[in-house]
Write a protein that binds this ligand. Sequence first.
Ligand SMILES: [Zn+2]
Ligand SMILES: [Zn+2]
Length: 248
Amino acid sequence: MQHIPTGTEVLISYIETAGSTMTRQKALKEQYLFTCTCPRCSKAGQYDDIQESAVLEGYRCKSEKCGGFLLRTTDGKGFQCQGCGLVRDKEEIKRIATEIKLLSEEAASIPSTTFNYEEAIFINKRIEKLQTELYDPFSINLMQTREKILKSLMELEHWTEALAYCRLTIPFYQRAYPAVHPLLGLQYYTCGKLEWYLGDTEEAVKSLSKAADVLRITHGTNTLFMKDLLMKLEEARAEASYKLSSKG
Ligand SMILES: [Zn+2]
Ligand SMILES: [Zn+2]
């Protein structure tokens, strides 16, 4: 959010903004037939743009503690960490990527009519493990897999584990989107509902407040959806203060 002087052109995003510059530009070209020259796309090729793209869609450093991002080596045989210099071999990356691809095909082949959530969770957790080895902790692919696991856990009403996965996805949303973004607000909302349901009222109040702060801006306060959230928040607050007073 920012001040908009009179007469200023107001811009919106046509596509999912969590993506490398190359991915975003490709999507805009294919779906909207233009080459984007927005402030973010104009940074293409600059160091922080290269880094951001490598984090979102690139590979992780072999060293657990490093956290550096990787770029293709000049000889094309591997990917070198820009933090510590370690090189990951192209073949090793290819092996893990192939395994992920096969598992993803397997997951996609489960017929939706007899959808088996347990099976989907099992396969997606194997994918998650491989992706943790392959990609940056803030990679889009890893986040998407965790979202799938979260959805299946919710279907199965495995609330405790669902909350754990919901919490795992929050740092990604915080990093990839502006502070006021509907997806971040909705994720806080899911966490808050789960925390409340599981009896962690204090945490629920925190999460629902964060959700309300974002969603009152992205969704307005007059919608049924928002009224419901604000009522839940009030109830959770009352419950939390009651719990606190009965403890003392
Ligand atoms: Zn752009
Ligand atoms: Zn490194």
